[in-house]
Structures are given as C-alpha cells and as structure tokens.
Ligand binder design. Structure first.
Ligand code: SF4
Ligand code: SF4
Ligand code: SF4
Length: 585
C-alpha cells in the first residue's frame, strides 16, 4: 500500500494514499466531529456525502476550509483540525442547522442521545443568530418506525443504509430547498412502501427524525390494569446489550438482573423467548430433515435450500422481492410468535386465564418485531398472539423511569415452563446461530449419535455472505449464511441464477444478526461493540449445561402433553405460518 507523509495538528504521520483526512486523524486519536459521516466495518457501510460540513479543517495553502471526510491526504499536507477559524465555522454551521430545526429537545425521542444536541453542547451554542422560514412535514407513523422529518438534517445516512447496504431502495432525497426531504417514493408512508422495518435507518439517524414507535406506556397501562395478567418474553440478543444503557460493557450478560428488573416492574410471569427458540429448532429442524430426505430421494416437488424464517424484516424482504420463492423458506413461525401462540393457546387455558385477559409483551432487539406482532395471521378473532413488542432501548427507558438501576440488581430466575432454554437458543442472537443450533439437533436426529463437539466453527464468522460444508453422518451439507439484506440479496440472486446450491440458508436482516438489531442501544458505527455482544452470546452458550434444543425438558414436555411430535397437525396449526407476495405494502 502506497503511503503518504502528512502533518495533522503538528503531529507527523503517515496514511494510505487516497485515505481521507478524517480517517488519518482518527488513527492519531483525533476525533473530528461529523454528522453525516458514518462508517461501520471496513467497507460494509460508509456514508460520505459530505453534506453537513461540520468536519471542516484547515489545509495549509488552501483558501477555503476542507471537508475532512471527503478530502484525500497527499504528500506533505499540513492540516489543522482545531484552529479558531475551524471552530467558528463549525459553530456557524450548527447554528444554521438549528435555525431550521424544532427546538422541542426536551420532548424528543432522541433527547440525551442526539448527535446534533451533543455537538451543540460541545460547541457552546447558546443562541441561534439566524431566524426565518422553517421546513414542516407531517409525521409518518408505521407500526415500527416514526418519521418525524421536521427534525431531518439531510445527512443521508438513512438513505445510504437503506439503498446501498440493505438494498431495499425505500428512502431517497426528493424536492429542493425547504421542501427537500428524505422519503419513500412519491412521499408515500413507510407502511405503503417496500420497507422491511429492519430499523437500520433508525440505528444510524443522528437526530430524532427516525425513531421507533414507542410502546412503553402501553406496557405500563397493561401492568396497571388489575383485570389483566401480563407476561413478558425476552429475546436472546437483549441480554448482552441492555447493560450498556446502565454503564456496563457491551457483551455483559445481564440475564439474571433483567429477570429481577422485569419482576420489579410488575410482570406476572417472566418467561424467555429462548424457550421458543428451542421449539423453533424442533419444528424447523424436522421440516429441514423431511425436505432433505425427500429431495435426496429425488422428489421433484421438494425445494431446497430451506431458508430460516425467524427474522420478520427478512420475511417481508423476500415477500416483496422474491415472490417466486415463497415456498422455499421454512414455514416455522419466529420464536416471538411461537411463544405468543403457545402462551395464549396452551399456557393460558392451563392456568385458567382467558385469552382476552392475557397480555403478552415481548422485549426484542428489533423494530421489525413490532410490525410482526401486527400481522393479521398472528391473531385470533382480532386478539394478537403477542400484544406489545418493545425494544431493548424501550425497556431501558422503562427501567430508568421506574428508578430501577439494572447494574445494582441481584440475579433472578425465569419462570417455567416457558423459561428454560439451552445454549442452542442463546446463539439465535448472532449471525450463524440459528443454523448452528439446527445443525446440533439435526446431527443427533440423523445419525442417532451423541454430538460431542457442539461448536461448528465453520458456521461462525463475520463475513456478510459466507458458505460452509458441514458433515452430518454420511451427508455433506452445504450451508449458506448472510447477515444484512444486501448480502441476502446477493445470495438469493445467485441461487435464482443457478450459480449456487445450498441445502439450507440462514438470513438475518441486521449486521451481526439480532445483536445489531435496530432496537438495540446505539453503537454509533463502533463495530467492536457488535463483536463484543457476539462474544457475550457465545459465552452464555458455552456456560450452559444443555446446549442442544431437543434436550430442553420443557420442550419435551410440551410435545408429550400437547403437540404430539414436531410437524404434527396441532404443531402445524399453532407454530407454522404462510407467506404472501407483496407489491407496495
Ligand atoms: S427500516 Fe430498513 S427497509 Fe425500511 S426504510 Fe429503514 S433501512 Fe430501509
Ligand atoms: S432522516 Fe435522519 S438519517 Fe435520514 S437524512 Fe434525515 S437526519 Fe439523516
Ligand atoms: S436480524 Fe434480528 S433484530 Fe434484525 S430485523 Fe431480523 S429479527 Fe430483527
């Protein structure tokens, strides 16, 4: 790699030719502020439209200030990132932005987490000298995401994320001047577009222009209603990220503290989505085994690969983009929805609770799960299987409102029977985990032998699109894994074109899987946070006595007492679903 020598703030350094001043400064520990620039990973996501101009710096011999995110370094360059001229320019840019920005910070969803607010504090903005016309837009409210576009600063991070990383093509800049806005085509609502509700645009928006639909007060109202029983389930990825909101390191396992916290909030039972993840493996694994056997026997009606179906954003993505492949994904519901169906149709009657008196709340790392609970097929006579889905961030808010400091709590235990789980369920929270969990069970079911080494290293990793061959007895299974919808598209396009053949594929819409979900604490582009959460998940799995879903005694019990066997008529009715070809919605 060709290197160039330059000086930044009086420090001599070297940087690769073509690198930006911003990245060269970063290697020296000099953080140049920016609102539009964001990079996650080496090349996975980079927003470099240079629209905000906060990152301007002085370059010796150059008349005007240079945007450091878009100016390449050169031999002998002399850069100053913190002169009076630079600081004055940044403050003026901030004031100009604030002149066309609502001043309702105290009531904003991003209050305390807004990058614009942070910079206004950093640069000591106490007044806005420029006043005049302000842009106004209507709010766009969907089940998962609210677009509060009055607050948009046109940084275009969401657009890059949606179009280049997720390849969903929902958001783009339209109109000019005060009418300029980032919106779906024809400024239609998100719920009328092909949005998957993956929430990755929300995860990168620096201000409150994009935020989750907040259901925390629906939870408070339900818990306060004496005529309701309110139970909660928690997804695997939440337990390694929630601690970040209380000052703990990313990846810290707060499972026990979270259980105690949820009891303190007043939930009648604290259950675990992991239990339903083990159930998912029983159903999805058996479906895969059946399809595989028929496929190997030459049945032309059977389609492989089997695609995992746990991720509602991925499900909506293929319903929009691959309507010709709707019979390929597993019909197994996601763990969230399996939990809801079992809670309302099996657990509640056993406890003598009427369906309409039970409120099922889920805590998810995800914004698409909010949309998933609203899908009509996941309800009975208008009563949803899961009533309310809140994100990791919303749970943190709720705990803070209730003055519960998670970090100081002692560990509690989940309630049973819907609380016990194996390590296989824990790894659902990171990329490759669902397919690894399925392989653990499949191996024992197909070979009849005990699997001693349960960690399938070939299925682990961080590449967005990876493939591995796994030996299961005499069979060599070719498995594909993709995380991020752009990577999923690459994989599916290859399959459609007949360039790749897999027996099974796991797809998760978010980078890293659910640990990087749109409802997790903001990671501000710091990929090491995602990696630490992944390590946290793997450590929980490694510490479990039971690490295969079919060993879960409460899963065995539900089949013995209620379902018979995987894919039975009753299991089909409760635990499986169907997909729809979608155009606009
Ligand atoms: S939620 Fe996902 S698909 Fe929808 S607009 Fe945002 S990034 Fe695009
Ligand atoms: S909605 Fe947010 S991320 Fe998108 S352009 Fe506006 S401020 Fe930037
Ligand atoms: S990967 Fe997980 S967090 Fe992301 S959309 Fe899918 S289910 Fe939700």
């Amino acid at each position: 790699m060709e290197m160039v020598k330059l000086t930044i703030d009086g420090i001599q350094t070297e940087a690769p030719k073509g690198a930006t001043i911003l990245s060269a400064a970063k290697t020296l520990g000099i953080e140049v502020p920016s609102l539009c620039h964001l990079q996650i990973g080496a090349a996975d996501y980079k927003n470099d439209c240079a629209s905000c101009r906060i990152c301007v710096v002085e370059v010796e011999g150059r008349r005007n200030l240079a945007p450091s995110c878009a100016t390449p370094v050169y031999e002998g360059m002399n850069v100053t990132t913190n002169s009076m001229r630079v600081m004055h320019a940044r403050k003026t840019v901030l004031e100009l932005m604030l002149s066309d920005h609502p001043k309702d910070c105290l009531a904003c969803s991003k209050n305390g987490e807004c990058e614009l607010q942070d910079l206004a504090i950093q640069f000591g903005v106490r007044e806005v000298r420029f006043a005049g016309k302000e842009s106004t837009y209507r709010q766009d409210i969907s089940p998962s995401i609210i677009r509060d576009i009055d607050k948009c600063i046109m940084c275009r991070r969401c657009e890059t994320m949606c179009n280049e990383v997720q390849t969903c093509g929902v958001l783009s800049g339209v109109n000019r001047g005060f009418e300029a806005v980032v919106a779906p085509a024809f400024e239609q609502d998100l719920s009328d577009s092909t949005c998957t509700y993956c929430g990755q645009c929300v995860a990168v928006c620096p201000v409150g222009a994009l935020h989750e639909a907040d259901y925390t007060w629906d939870v408070v109202r339900a818990i306060s209603n004496p005529s309701k029983k309110v139970i909660v389930q928690i997804a695997p990825a939440v337990r390694v990220a929630l601690g970040e909101e209380f000052g703990l390191e990313p990846g810290t396992d707060v499972t026990g503290k979270m259980v105690t916290a949820l009891r303190k909030l007043g939930f009648d039972k604290v259950f675990d989505t992991n239990w339903a993840a083990d159930l998912t493996i029983m159903e999805e694994g058996t479906e895969f085994k059946e399809r595989l056997e028929k496929f190997l026997a030459g049945d032309k009606d059977v389609k492989l690969p089997l695609l995992t179906s746990c991720c509602p954003a991925w499900v909506k993505f293929f319903e929009h983009n691959y309507p010709d492949m709707l019979d390929v994904p597993s019909t197994a519901k996601s763990p969230q929805q399996m939990f809801g169906a079992v809670a309302k149709e099996i657990w509640a009657p056993e406890e003598g609770i009427k369906r309409e008196d039970l409120v099922v709340v889920s805590v998810m790392p995800c914004l698409a799960k909010k949309y998933e609970v609203s899908r009509e097929e996941f309800s009975k006579d208008g009563n949803p299987d899961v009533d309310i889905s809140i994100s990791t961030r919303e749970l943190a808010k709720l705990l803070k409102q209730a003055n519960i400091d998670l970090s100081k709590l002692t560990d509690g235990e989940f309630d049973n029977p819907l609380g016990a789980s194996t390590g296989a369920a824990d790894i659902f929270g990171r990329t490759g985990g669902v397919i690894e969990a399925a392989t653990r069970t499949l191996y024992e079911v197909i070979t009849g032998e005990t699997l001693e080494a349960v960690e399938f290293e070939a299925l682990r990793g961080w590449e967005g699109f990876r493939a591995a061959n796994v030996k299961v007895g005499d069979l060599e299974l070719r498995i594909g894994i993709a995380h991020g919808l752009g990577e999923a598209r690459k994989m599916l396009d290859k399959i459609r074109a007949g360039e790749e053949n897999f027996h099974a594929i796991e797809i998760m819409a978010c980078k890293g899987g659910c640990i990087g979900g749109g409802g997790q604490p903001f990671h501000h582009g710091n990929e090491s946070i995602l990696k630490k959460r992944t390590e946290g998940i793997n450590a929980i799995d490694a510490g479990k006595e039971m690490r295969k879903s079919h060993d879960n005694p409460f899963i065995k019990e539900i089949y013995e007492k209620h379902l018979g066997e995987p894919l039975s008529h009753k299991a089909h009715h409760l635990l499986h679903t169907k997909y729809f070809a979608r155009k606009g919605k």
